[in-house]
Design a protein around this ligand. Structure first.
Ligand code: SF4
Length: 66
């Protein structure tokens, strides 16, 4: 899987960071998220899916790759 962020939608709520620590981070003073691991391993899928689901602005998408 690959993670895509729509930076026009992201408002820096950091819900994603709390759902999937180490994959998403809100740097100090940043207004949008930084994705530390754009292609996380499958064992992090549930956390990434939770981040996508609970992002209040629907800025995150999982793109499936072969
Ligand atoms: S939860 Fe959504 S809006 Fe908030 S920082 Fe993450 S991607 Fe951006």
């Amino acid at each position: 899987m690959r993670i895509a962020v729509d930076r026009d939608l992201c408002q820096g709520h950091a819900v994603c960071e709390s759902e999937a620590e180490g994959i998403f981070v809100l740097e100090k003073k940043a207004t949008t998220v930084t994705v530390l691991d754009r292609s996380p391993p499958e064992d992090r899928r549930a956390e990434v899916e939770a981040a996508v689901r609970y992002c209040p602005t629907h800025a995150l998408t999982i793109i499936e790759e072969d």
